[in-house]
Design a protein around this ligand. Structure first.
Ligand SMILES: Nc1ncnc2c1ncn2[C@@H]1O[C@H](COP(=O)(O)OP(=O)(O)OP(=O)(O)O)[C@@H](O)[C@H]1O
Ligand SMILES: [Mg+2]
Length: 503
């Protein structure tokens, strides 16, 4: 269908953009973000509508308009409708020569017809894959957005948006896609760090046989797998204290390796108490105090529970539900520990390639906190830098991109950006997302819930997407104020009745 005609403007058409005047019969059918095509010397030229303007010569001079309006309506004096026109400005994506989209090296001619794009070809132009992950539909088109697994995850993904924009929903759509893949398409293991316990409800869907939920408050870390800098009190230790602890730890680790004698924090404390050296008595007592508080955390045992091989299985989703863990330190320790263990295991080929999804990533890889003070940041940045060679992928989710580690964010080669209104975050996204222009940045504030801009490795050029609905829907626990208030009153009246019954 013909949509319009290319016009000459002050600086166009050139090899990157052109404008066209919209035909009368296509009025209302051209929208911002829509793809259009036109015949070009080297093939089909594909462009995307960046903005639309309407104009009418009769209404250019304010004083004349005001004057005529005073005397009655302009439209009764002049044929104003006939002078109204619509102009669409486009950015050129490239020229499709039958095989691939190539850079446009010669501008289209003014006067050329602009047509609606052939949607079946759009799928190819945009580099979507038949066996890719279907995240939703291209905005303004009936085209499935199917992103290739490697393109999307191998070089990591960041999902950035303000609260309530649909980040977690989008993740659950991607999880559905990952869990529905066949062996031939390539299946990876997925581990989700579920800070608010939202994803555990997925266990009650038809996908339940492929999902395991772990209560993070019951996780046990194998003491023998801890390196000394993973001890929660490591940074408060003096040099001599670190030395003494290090040597006791190596003694027990050696015994574990040679004699298969596993040990716990209590065993480590016993080993330290048996040190005879008088000079180190003070050091030893201080360490024993630390070990006692570490033991009280109740998260260190003889072996890992769950083990890394239980967590990562092809086509399987493991959800680490942190709802019952209050301490931020403990949450960070769990993320740091498993990130390190998973990465080491995949490097050695002991587990299949995996995707680690981290909700509230700014709390585990904060820009402001020093690496030494935040173990989880070190480990996340390490996977971000080196993971792709070994099949360790990250999906970082954050509602405060400004607070997320720039090292980690810059290694995420695909950004899925949903609605953001905070100007600091928008600026930050503009600086950290490659290929985003001013027009797109401005559109981010007006995205609706469930709409996203995808930029980077996974797409040939930035695209706007309407994230699809979940196939296996589930309800997350009600968190609206009304239900919280009702829940509180219900609980307190039950408590009152209990007390009255007791009296
Ligand atoms: N693609 C979509 N289709 C239908 N509903 C959606 C879609 N995306 C989001 N929603 C709805 O919008 C609401 C908010 O989504 P979601 O919980 O994913 O936001 P969020 O960005 O993760 O927020 P927060 O930062 O607070 O975690 C949910 O109730 C969800 O059902
Ligand atoms: Mg969320």
């Amino acid at each position: 269908m013909k949509l319009g005609t290319v016009v000459s403007t002050f600086d166009g058409p050139n090899t990157t953009k052109f404008a066209f005047v919209v035909s009368d019969n296509a009025f209302g059918k051209v929208r911002k973000g829509q793809f259009v095509e036109l015949e070009h010397e080297n093939g089909k030229l594909i462009a995307v509508v960046r903005d639309i303007f309407r104009s009418n010569r009769y209404f250019e001079r304010a004083e004349s308009v005001a004057e005529y309006e005073r005397a009655g309506f302009m439209s009764s004096h002049f044929p104003v409708d006939e002078w109204s026109y619509t102009i669409a400005e486009t950015s050129i994506m490239g020229v499709y020569d039958g095989k691939a989209l190539r850079r446009c090296s010669f501008p289209p001619s003014p006067g050329s017809d602009v047509n609606s794009v052939d949607e079946s070809l759009l799928f190819n132009y945009l580099g979507f894959k038949k066996n890719g992950l279907c995240i939703g539909k291209l905005l303004n088109h009936d085209v499935d957005v199917r992103l290739g697994l490697s393109k999307l995850f191998q070089k990591h993904v960041a999902i950035l948006a303000m609260s309530g924009a649909g980040k977690s929903y989008t993740v659950s759509v991607l999880l559905e896609e990952l869990l529905s893949r066949s062996v031939e398409d390539g299946r990876i293991g997925v581990v989700v760090i579920d800070v608010h316990g939202e994803y555990s409800q997925m266990k009650h869907t038809a996908l339940s046989d492929r999902i395991t939920v772990y209560d993070a408050s019951k996780i046990k870390v194998g003491t023998k797998n801890l390196s000394i800098n993973m001890f929660p009190f490591y940074h408060s230790l003096s040099g001599p204290q670190k030395r003494v602890l290090g040597s006791a730890l190596s003694t027990l680790k050696r015994a574990a390796r040679l004699e298969r004698k596993l040990f716990t924090v209590k065993d480590l404390a016993l080993e330290l108490s048996s040190l005879e050296d008088k000079n180190s008595a003070k050091t030893r007592d201080a360490l024993l105090d630390h070990l006692e508080s570490m033991r009280k955390m109740r998260m260190f045992g003889k072996v890992d529970d769950p083990s890394v091989s239980a967590l990562v299985k092809p086509g399987h989703l493991s959800i680490i539900d942190m709802r019952n863990v209050d301490s931020e330190k403990k949450k960070q320790l769990i993320v740091a520990y498993y990130a390190r263990r998973l990465f080491n295991a995949v490097k050695k080929g002991r587990i299949p390639p995996f995707l680690l999804v981290v909700e509230e990533a700014h709390n585990f890889a904060s820009e402001k906190v020093r690496r030494e003070d935040m173990l989880s940041k070190q480990e996340i940045e390490k996977i971000a830098r080196e993971g792709r060679k070994f099949g360790a992928s990250l999906c970082l989710i954050s509602q405060r991109p400004v607070r997320l580690s720039t090292t980690a964010l810059s290694q995420c080669n695909t950004h899925i950006i949903m609605r953001v209104t905070n100007p600091y975050d928008i600026n930050h996204i503009g600086e950290s997302s490659e290929g985003i222009d001013k027009h797109m940045l401005n559109s981010i504030t007006s995205l609706k819930v469930g709409e996203a801009l995808i930029v980077g490795e996974a797409v040939v050029q930035p695209i706007f997407v309407r994230v699809r609905r979940r196939k296996y829907d589930f309800v997350t626990d009600g968190v609206d104020l009304e239900s919280l208030a009702r829940e509180y009153e219900r609980k307190s009246s039950a408590r009152r009745e209990d007390v009255e019954a007791f009296i």
